[in-house]
Design a protein around this ligand. Structure first.
Ligand SMILES: C[S@@+](CC[C@H](N)C(=O)[O-])C[C@H]1O[C@@H](n2cnc3c(N)ncnc32)[C@H](O)[C@@H]1O
Length: 315
């Protein structure tokens, strides 16, 4: 079924309110009640070692508290803390071509329990198409929004990728995608070499999918606000971000960055403020897809870059 929707993207300062007031975007998310937000020290006192440290970290994490009990700078009721990472990446594009734009077709790899789907949907407001994939199920209610479909299975399995293509055809009448997001990660073991290798395998699979399904960008886009008015940086041009992939930093990080730079005009390694400082995760944010490359193409040279999203807009 081909769906056509359109909606005006709320301005960056108003989308949070718009999300809260939109009944379609307020599914029963089965969030834990407030009493389960670990607000007493007695919970920690009964635990030892890593459990106590985990509880203490949860207790002091503003994103966890916001998710379960009220707004930090985004609505409560996201099913995962990860939702804030996508929102950080989206907000970092303020005044530039937004990451999430009306009528986009978005693929969300490693979608469960569904925080990124909710975050993307809260911006797109029902305009656009989001297809998620994960080994695990989405949390109850997340996949029920209009324009959202979910495929459960191992993304590394070609049959699952075939189902993903069918879902795209069903939703948008095409297998072309505007934005590929990957937050996929296997359970970390604490062994950085092993975890890095697992992460890289998922990153490579996500990149291969992106190369097959993204359209090359021939030129930068003039930046206008969602209402059509020129931005403060009138006349400035911006390449659309087309691929974001979570990567667990390891000795392969630089080689993977070079590989990405063969396919994208701009590649940045970004650690959003909501990503835990002690985590080795970061996101490669890639803009301006160049198209498929022949096997002989030399890896592109590009200076490594990391953006502090708290202080800057990237690209
Ligand atoms: C950090 S979680 C994603 C959180 C999600 N973005 C959210 O906002 O709720 C990583 C996810 O990657 C998924 N994953 C890991 N390997 C996968 C694979 N081979 N195929 C599909 N999903 C995978 C895991 O099941 C897990 O749900």
């Amino acid at each position: 079924m081909l769906r056509t929707r359109s909606a005006t993207l709320p301005s960056p300062s108003s989308w949070v309110l718009a999300r809260v007031s939109c009944p379609r975007s307020s599914p029963n998310l089965s969030l834990p009640p407030r009493t389960r937000t670990f607000t007493t020290t007695t919970l920690v006192a009964g635990k030892s070692g890593s459990s106590a440290r985990w509880l203490q970290r949860q207790q002091h994490d503003p994103y966890v508290r916001s998710r379960a009990s009220g707004p930090l700078d985004a609505p409560a009721a996201f099913v995962s803390r990860s939702a804030f990472k996508l929102l950080d990446l989206h907000k970092a594009r303020r005044g530039s071509l937004p990451l999430l734009r009306p009528d986009m077709v978005v693929v969300d790899l490693g979608a469960a329990p569904g925080g990124w789907i909710q975050a993307a949907d809260s911006v797109l407001q029902g305009s656009g198409t989001i297809v998620g994939v994960d080994l695990l199920k989405l949390q109850h209610g997340v996949g029920a929004a209009e324009g959202v479909q979910f495929v459960q299975g191992d993304f590394l399995d070609p049959k699952v990728q075939a189902r993903l293509k069918e879902a795209l055809l069903d939703m948008s009448g095409d297998t072309k995608v505007d934005l590929v997001l990957s937050d996929m990660m296997a359970n970390t073991s604490g062994n950085n070499t092993r975890d890095g290798a697992l992460s890289l395998e998922l990153c490579e699979a996500a990149l291969a999918f992106a190369v097959q399904h993204l359209s090359p960008i021939r030129r930068a886009t003039k930046v206008v606000t969602p209402s059509g008015r020129p931005t403060a940086a009138e006349g400035s041009k911006s390449l659309p971000i087309q691929f974001i992939v979570k990567h667990f930093a390891s000795e392969s990080t630089e080689a993977f960055r070079k590989e990405l730079a063969r396919y994208f005009r701009q590649v940045k390694w970004v650690k959003p403020p909501s990503s835990r400082k002690d985590s080795r995760e970061g996101f490669f944010v890639c803009a301006g897809f160049k198209g498929k490359q022949s096997a002989e193409t030399e890896p592109a040279e590009q200076a490594p870059a990391q953006d502090d999203l708290e202080s800057s807009v990237f690209f």
